[in-house]
Design a protein around this ligand. Structure first.
Ligand code: AMP
Ligand code: ZN
Length: 465
């Protein structure tokens, strides 16, 4: 399988360096709220990469961390009046539920930052010994970027006319900072009053690790000094991944990741997703509008990972139609397949082009197109040929993580939250509580559901239909 590599800017063959297992790491979620569909674009495509490798017969070792201590988790746990652990556990569970609904394979190892504080402290000590770290007056520790000549290669800092020489005395203590503020970054943050109870002892005093450090420490723990592939959304190229390379290559001495897989962002209606604009969607938001998670998954894999994906609610309707067409085609093929045939073929039949798209830089839209072309060709087949084609189709669907519904796709699932809202409104109406009844009907309408009253019962219709 070939995949574009951000560092060399070329497409390269993916092969396990140890000759047997493809070992890769994905920066995981910051567990301070529900993940949005942008996050899921990244996680779903990482999942398709893993599934494609496995379908091709390669064993994988998938490590994805949980960021459960950083500026945001601490800030929001305090605002919620909860301990950091209680707060991040709740959002980790929510993340797992969403992942399962979306058909994401759980990573083989899912380490949490809080559970790896000693490893992070040990890495800072190594960086001290090697002359890459220094302490500031307040007990914080920084990485000195001018001590690492390779700094900036991944994100091509030289092409952005940012000069390492100008970084003297520039320091950043926050976990995230802008592209143009090239600076020494924090490895250990001295305890501040606003951190509350969230601090740990260290040789430099009480404090907590900086965000960039956790991935380097956990990668060393579970994948060693060098491994096959590292991945995250494109926003992580700088500074996060640049800083990971600096920490790891200085501390471990090796060549960190052999391959860098970065995912372009998901946009909504052509722009950035943001809570304040009101266009930030979670899986629950889309379920409340009557959309299945498979429709969401279909949309997320509908664009090539190197191009931004423009998400619209209309694209979910398109996905519903495409999945219905796909289901119909698969059923027809199954009906014509010779039953009881033992398939020894491992080929893809008319779906070979779809498979080739996947293994050629993970071209998921190409694979989806190839499936429909394959179905048209397969409509001529019968017996053993049809059975072989069906087996090929199933393997591609598994690689894409698409499961087709058993029931007709025309049936729209009404989300539980909508059902509950409708029940409450019906009770209000029976109690002649007209004001509440009207408010709840408007609430349902705002969420895309039309409630029509009969004499003794009501119906719910998706307003989009
Ligand atoms: P976070 O939970 O913010 O740490 O992000 C988890 C993952 O989602 C990271 O790999 C991010 O780069 C990625 N990500 C964040 N926003 C988007 C977006 N709009 N589109 C695609 N990936 C994103
Ligand atoms: Zn990371």
């Amino acid at each position: 399988m070939r995949l574009f590599d951000t560092l060399s800017r070329t497409e390269r063959e993916l092969t396990p360096s140890d000759g047997s297992t493809f070992r890769f790491y994905c920066c995981g979620p910051t567990v301070y709220g529900p993940a949005h569909i942008g996050n899921f674009r990244t996680f779903v495509l990482q999942d398709v990469l893993r599934r494609t490798l496995e379908t091709a017969g390669t064993r994988t070792l998938h490590v994805r961390n949980l960021t459960d201590v950083d500026d945001k988790t601490i800030r929001d746990s305090q605002a919620a009046g909860q301990t950091l652990t209680a707060f991040t556990t709740r959002w980790t569970e929510k993340f797992h539920t969403d992942c399962e609904k979306l058909g994401l394979l759980p990573p083989h190892i899912e380490p949490s930052a809080v559970e790896h504080i000693p490893q992070q402290i040990a890495m800072i000590q190594t960086l001290f010994v090697k002359g890459n770290a220094y302490a500031s007056d307040d007990g914080s520790v920084y990485f000195k970027i001018s001590s690492f000549p390779g700094y900036g290669h991944l994100s091509r800092l030289d092409e952005r006319e940012l000069d390492l020489g100008k970084t003297q005395n520039a320091r950043s203590s926050s976990d995230e900072y802008e592209k143009d503020s090239l600076s020494d970054f924090v490895l250990w943050k001295a305890r501040r009053p606003e951190d509350g109870e969230n601090f740990w002892p260290s040789p430099w005093g009480e404090g907590r690790p900086g965000w960039h450090l956790e991935c380097s420490a956990m990668i060393q723990e579970y994948l060693g000094d060098s491994f096959d592939l590292h991945s995250g959304g494109v926003d992580l190229v700088f500074p996060h991944h640049e800083n990971e390379i600096a920490q790891s290559e200085c501390a471990c001495g090796g060549h960190f990741a052999a391959h860098w897989f970065h995912l372009a962002h998901l946009l909504v209606d052509g722009g950035k997703m943001s809570k304040s604009i009101g266009n930030l969607y979670t899986l629950d938001d889309l379920a409340a509008k009557g959309h299945t998670t498979m429709e969401v998954r279909y949309v997320l894999i509908g664009a090539h990972y190197r191009k931004p994906l423009n998400f619209t609610l209309d694209s979910l309707t398109g996905a519903r139609e495409a999945l219905a067409k796909l289901t119909k085609g698969a059923r027809q093929l199954a009906a014509k397949s010779e039953s009881g045939t033992v398939l020894t073929s491992v080929g893809f039949g008319p779906f070979q082009a779809a498979w080739d798209s996947l293994t050629n830089d993970l071209n998921t839209p190409g694979a989806l197109g190839g499936i429909f072309t394959g179905l048209r060709e397969a409509s001529q087949l019968t017996g053993l040929e049809a059975a072989t084609a069906l087996a090929g189709l199933n393997r591609i669907l598994r690689a894409l993580g698409l499961t087709l519904p058993e029931e007709s796709l025309d049936v729209i699932e009404i989300p539980e939250s909508i059902k509950a809202l409708a029940e409450t409104r019906w009770a209000a109406r029976l109690a002649k509580n007209w004001a509440e009844s009207d408010t709840l009907r408007a609430e349902l309408a705002a969420q895309g559901w039309l409630m029509k009253d009969g004499k003794t019962s009501y119906t719910l219709e998706s307003a989009g239909d």
